[in-house]
Design a protein around this ligand. Structure first.
Ligand SMILES: NC(=O)c1ccc[n+]([C@@H]2O[C@H](COP(=O)([O-])OP(=O)(O)OC[C@H]3O[C@@H](n4cnc5c(N)ncnc54)[C@H](OP(=O)(O)O)[C@@H]3O)[C@@H](O)[C@H]2O)c1
Length: 291
C-alpha cells in the first residue's frame, strides 16, 4: 500500500448534506489541488450523502482513483423512504456488511477497497460475526485493510482478536485531549495506526467563529451542543487561550491544532473536512506535514 499522507481529505461535505450549502464544484477543485500538492489519502463513507460522496469522489478522481488510498466505511443502513431526514440505523450484521462492501466497490468503481472501516459499533451484532465476515471479504480480495471507527477499547480488543485491524478512526483534538489510554495501549501492542478526525472541532479550532456565529439548519453545527449557549461561550474562551499559545510559537491556531494531533502516539494522519481549494492549501501547509 502507498504510504498515506498525514493530511487526509475528508469527503463528508462532498455528500452535500449536513455541512450547510456546499459548492460541489469548489470541492472538486479542492480534490484536484490536493492531488497536485501530493495528498493521496481520502476519507469517505457509504452514508455520506447516502452514497453520493463515494460516487462523486470516484468521478472526480477518474483513473487516479487507483493511485490513491480511499478509506470508506459501512455498517450504517439508511431508510430509503422519502422522509424529511433519513433514518440511519447501525447494522453490522454479516449480510449487511457484505452488502455495504459490494455497494462501496460499485460506487467507487474499484475492484478492491484500500481501507474499509466499520463506521460505528452495532450493539445488536456480535463483533466477532462482523469481523469474521470482513476477514472473508479480505480473503476474497475485496478489502485490503480492515479498520474500526468509533470503537471502545473493549470493542477494539474483541475485533482485533478476530482479524488484523490496521486502522482505528476516532475523534481527537487539542481541546479534548489525547486518545483514550486503553485504546492507545491496544494500538501500540497490536501495531494499529490511528487516523484522527474532529481535529479542527468542526472548524472551531480555526478560530474563525465568535459568539455571533450561527449556522443554517442544514449544517450539523446548528444542532451540536458545543456551538450552543454557555458551552459555546466556554469553548470560545478556551479557543482564545489556544490562539495565544499558537501565536507565541508563530503559528496559526488551525496549524497548531493539527500539529498537536499529529504528535500524539500512533496517529499517522488527520482527516479534515474540506470545502474549498483555500482550505486544502492552508491545511496542507501545516509545518509538520512539510518536514
Ligand atoms: N468516523 C466518523 O464517525 C467520522 C465522523 C465525522 C467526520 N468524519 C470524517 O472526518 C471529516 C472531517 O469532519 P469533522 O467532523 O472532523 O470536521 P473538522 O475537520 O473538524 O472540520 C471541518 C470543517 O472545518 C472547516 N475548515 C476546514 N479547513 C479549514 C481551514 N483551513 N480554514 C477554515 N475552515 C476550515 C470547514 O467548514 P466550514 O468552511 O463550513 O467552516 C470544514 O468542513 C469528514 O469529512 C469525514 O471524512 C468521520
Amino acid at each position: 500500500m502507498n504510504k498515506i499522507s498525514s493530511i487526509c481529505f475528508g469527503c463528508e461535505p462532498l455528500g452535500g448534506t449536513d455541512w450547510g450549502n456546499v459548492d460541489i464544484k469548489a470541492i472538486e477543485d479542492a480534490v484536484n489541488t490536493a492531488l497536485d500538492l501530493g495528498l493521496n489519502f481520502f476519507d469517505t463513507a457509504g452514508v455520506y450523502g447516502l452514497g453520493l460522496s463515494e460516487k462523486r469522489l470516484s468521478r472526480i478522481l477518474g483513473k487516479r482513483r487507483h493511485d490513491v488510498v480511499i478509506a470508506t466505511k459501512g455498517g450504517l443502513r439508511w431508510d430509503q423512504s422519502e422522509s424529511k431526514r433519513k433514518v440511519i440505523l447501525k447494522d453490522s450484521s454479516p449480510e449487511s456488511i457484505r452488502g455495504d462492501v459490494e455497494s462501496s466497490l460499485k460506487r467507487l468503481k474499484l475492484d478492491i477497497l484500500p481501507i474499509f472501516y466499520v463506521h460505528w459499533p452495532d450493539s445488536n451484532t456480535k463483533i466477532e460475526d462482523t469481523f469474521f465476515e470482513l476477514l472473508k471479504l479480505k480473503n476474497e480480495g475485496k478489502i485490503k485493510s480492515i479498520g474500526c471507527s468509533n470503537f471502545s477499547a473493549k470493542q477494539l480488543d474483541i475485533a482485533s482478536n478476530v482479524c488484523k485491524i490496521e486502522y482505528v478512526q476516532l475523534p481527537v483534538n487539542i481541546l479534548d485531549g489525547p486518545p483514550n489510554k486503553n485504546i492507545s495501549e491496544i494500538c501500540t501492542n497490536k501495531k494499529i495506526k490511528i487516523i484522527a478526525y474532529n481535529v479542527l472541532l468542526n472548524g472551531l479550532l480555526t478560530g474563525k467563529f465568535d459568539q455571533n456565529s450561527s449556522f443554517p439548519k442544514n449544517d450539523r453545527r446548528s444542532r451540536l451542543s458545543i456551538f450552543k449557549g454557555s458551552t459555546f461561550l466556554d469553548a470560545l474562551k478556551k479557543v482564545d487561550k489556544l490562539k495565544i499559545e499558537a501565536e507565541n510559537v508563530n503559528n496559526s491556531l488551525a496549524h497548531y491544532s493539527i500539529d498537536w494531533v499529529l504528535k500524539q502516539e500512533n496517529i499517522i494522519s488527520v482527516v479534515i473536512g474540506i470545502k474549498s481549494t483555500d482550505q486544502i492549501i492552508d491545511n496542507w501547509s501545516v509545518k509538520s506535514n512539510l518536514i
